[in-house]
Each structure stands twice: as C-alpha cells, then as structure tokens.
Design a binder for this molecule. Structure first.
Ligand code: TIU
Length: 230
C-alpha cells in the first residue's frame, strides 16, 4: 500500500497508488490535429492542445511510480462493421468516418489519424483499449483489465471533457470505480462544456466522481518513493 492524500473537490481523498490507474482517453491525432475527425465535425482542434502538457506531466509521474497507465482510442474497423450507421452517416460525406483525409481514413483503426499523439505515446507494456463508442467500457475489455490489476480508483485525463471523458466516468462510476478527473488534463472544443462537464461530475457530493488538477496530483505524488524493482 502506498497511501497518499489528494486534494480534490468536493473533498480530499485518500488513495492507495497500488490500486489506482491513470486512464488517458482518446488523445489521438484524429481529435487533436487538423484534418481528423474533430476537425471534420467543424471544431477548432487547437482548443484541445491545452491538455497536452498537463497530461504529459501526469503521465511522467505515474510512470515514475510504476502506476498502471491505460490509453484509449475511439475508432472503427476498416470495414466499419462496428460503426453504427447513424454515426457514419452524420455530416458532410467527404468528411465522414471512413472517408480519406490527410491523416488517412477518418476514425479508422490502423490509420495515422487514429493513433495517439507523439507527446503521450504509449509504452509497449501500457494497455491500449480500442473502443467503438464514446464510453471506454462499452464493448471493450477495460473492466477486465482493471479487475485483473486490482484497480479501484482511476485518475482520468483526455478528450473531450463532456463527451468521451464524461461518458467513461459515468460508466466507471456505475461499475464501482472511483474516478478522480484531472481538470487541466482534459479539454473540450467548447470551453463552457468543459466547465459544465467537470461541474456535473463533482456536484451533489461527487455524484460521478471527484475533480482536481494535475498540480494537486503531482503534489500528492512528490513524496512517494519509486517502487522497488525486482
Ligand atoms: N466530438 C467530441 O467532442 N468527441 C468525440 O467525438 N469523441 C471523444 O470525446 N473522444
């Protein structure tokens, strides 16, 4: 047990780092870079850049302490058989899921745009969960991976705050996982939705989870010794 106290809202939390994981949601080129899915939906993708440096700092701290780090990616099979037709048919046909863009086929697994941005690229031993939906538990083995690692608490980063982060936090909460969302490690194309998305999580005594910042997490982790290597 490596117990730390993390300042958070609505209240400070005691966390055993050996039962905690860092979950980084959909920090993919398709959402953060021009020419991908986020841009195809009409968004200003530069708004998501704010989350990159805080995510990088949280990732470095988690890796230093040997915490489990899990990455997710939203995307579909090349034949789109796992993509609901109404999701595919939305928007301009030239910019739909499966259409060719500057980073390959939009939101399709194996294409350059589907991959995680270089700054946060997963290490070989870090699980990457490919998910067809917004929630990271839907039609994936994330819950199994967490149970096998005896994880009960998730520090959550990623994009976008009100879409894939919120959906995943709600799914996690119903499955008994405690979520601590790192506010500056998340971002939205809509600043007001970012704020509202965080407010919804921590309202009512933390109805879906807690919210804190990367600085509060780094403070809590600063004094923790690195794990003993075998
Ligand atoms: N559009 C939007 O805000 N988000 C998504 O479509 N997916 C994720 O949030 N990852």
């Amino acid at each position: 047990m490596r117990q730390v106290t993390v300042k958070a809202e609505p209240a400070a939390l005691s966390v055993d780092l050996d039962s905690a994981a860092l979950l980084i949601i959909d920090m993919q080129r398709d959402f953060l870079e021009p020419g991908g899915f986020g841009a195809a939906l009409g968004n200003d993708v530069s708004r998501l850049q704010a989350a990159v440096a805080p995510c990088k700092a949280a990732l470095a701290a988690a890796r230093r302490l040997g915490m489990l780090v899990i990455h997710t990616r939203e995307g579909h099979r090349p034949d789109l058989s796992d993509a609901p037709p109404h999701k595919v048919l939305r928007g301009d046909p030239a910019l739909r899921i499966g259409a060719r863009g500057p980073m390959g086929r939009i939101l399709v697994r194996g294409e350059p745009g589907h991959d995680i941005i270089a700054e946060l690229y997963p290490l070989k031993d870090e699980p990457v969960i490919d998910k067809p939906g917004k929630g990271a538990f839907y039609q994936t083995d994330l819950e199994l991976v967490l149970h096998n690692h005896l994880i009960d608490t998730l520090f959550v980063c990623g994009v976008t705050t009100e879409v894939c982060v919120n959906t995943t936090v709600r799914e996690a909460n119903d499955r008994g996982f405690r979520c601590i969302v790192l506010s500056d490690c998340c971002a939205s194309y809509f600043p007001e939705f970012h704020q509202a998305g965080l407010a919804m999580i921590k309202a009512q005594g933390g109805i879906f989870g807690s919210v804190t910042g990367s600085a509060q997490l780094l403070d809590a982790l600063a004094a923790v010794p690195m794990p003993k290597t075998a």
